[in-house]
Design a protein. Structure first.
Length: 319
């Protein structure tokens, strides 16, 4: 026979246990770091600019990257005039979407000194255009020359170019994020072979961290690093963590001897430990590159972030 006071005691113990579990979950939720997610522009490169905003709005994004030049129809022109800038800014106001991130196409590792000078002049002009558009971050590239072919002369010109662009950005209220991006050679099957550049080679990156002006940071793209160094599961985060001021999210999958771009969660790049250790507290942008299923790729990326959120005691996400 079970006594009433025994039942009451068990109920009280169950109630206290339930309260402790609920408190633990509430505390974990309150102490999780929240990472804000935006959307990058490269997957929109063939779409009219208004479509970028339409798609971003559809998903609920509040942060959108845009590009200037590079010959892509989905970007602003090489030299946007006042009317084009005004039209672009009006789209942001209309859709209620922030556009502080701007991509500029460049290569500061060109072997020819005159071509390098022309490249630097173009970049400075487009930095001014990015500021006029309301950007606060510009995504630049160091260059795509294989790291082993970058001479001391090329290295010096590259560092000087970033110093000059960094000074201009400081005057205009912008910061530079240099993308971690290898050189690329395309194969017959459509895959891409990634080759170590100065922004994917660990030794060169260490040298960059020393030689670059402190105000110049990095656009951390773990997927791009994986495609060059697939054995490094943390994608050089330990090296770059203190200098990340921009972030792209994607993955690459093997095809033949090369790689094809995909959504985070499509392949084996585990972003959970990266997010949990990432010091950067700005906007992390989904950069889904394929053009044939852009919206589906963005949705797969968001679904993957939900799975990380459910599994992690450390991070949560918001748009």
């Amino acid at each position: 026979m079970v006594r009433t006071n025994d039942i009451d005691g068990r109920l009280r113990r169950c109630f206290r246990l339930a309260k402790r579990v609920a408190f633990r979950h509430q505390t974990m939720s309150e102490t999780k770091k929240t990472i804000t997610i935006g959307v990058g522009e490269w997957g929109f490169r063939n779409l009219p600019m208004r479509d970028h905003f339409e798609i971003a709005k559809k998903f609920g994004f509040k942060w959108l990257e845009f590009g200037i030049g590079g010959g892509q129809p989905g970007r602003l022109s090489e030299s946007p005039d006042e009317a084009e800038v005004a039209q672009f800014r009006a789209l942001g106001d209309q859709y209620g979407i922030n556009t502080p991130f701007c991509c500029i196409e460049n290569d500061f590792t060109l072997a020819d000194a005159d071509e390098h000078t022309a490249m630097l002049e173009k970049v400075e002009s487009q930095i001014k255009a990015a500021a006029a558009c309301g950007a606060t971050r510009v995504r630049l590239f160091a260059g795509f020359t294989p790291a082993e072919k970058v001479t001391n002369e090329i290295w010096g010109r590259m560092i000087d170019a970033f110093a000059q662009c960094g000074k201009l950005c400081a005057e205009l209220g912008l910061r530079i994020g240099i993308e971690t991006h290898g050189g690329i050679e395309f194969n017959d099957d459509g895959s891409a072979t990634h080759i170590n550049s100065v922004t994917t080679d660990p030794g060169c990156l260490q040298r960059l961290l020393t030689d670059l002006p402190p105000r110049v940071g990095f656009n951390y793209d773990p997927g791009n690093i994986k495609a060059v160094n697939p054995d490094d599961k943390m994608c050089l985060l330990d090296l770059l963590n203190d200098r990340i001021n921009y972030c792209h999210l994607k993955d690459w999958s093997r095809r033949g001897q090369g790689w094809v771009a995909g959504a985070i969660g499509d392949d084996d790049l585990d972003y959970q430990p990266i997010f949990e250790q990432l010091k950067f507290d700005g906007i992390c942008q989904i950069e889904y590159e394929p053009l044939e299923d852009t919206e589906d790729g963005i949705q797969r990326s968001l679904d993957y972030l939900k799975r990380i959120e459910q599994a992690s005691d450390v991070v949560t996400f918001k748009l």
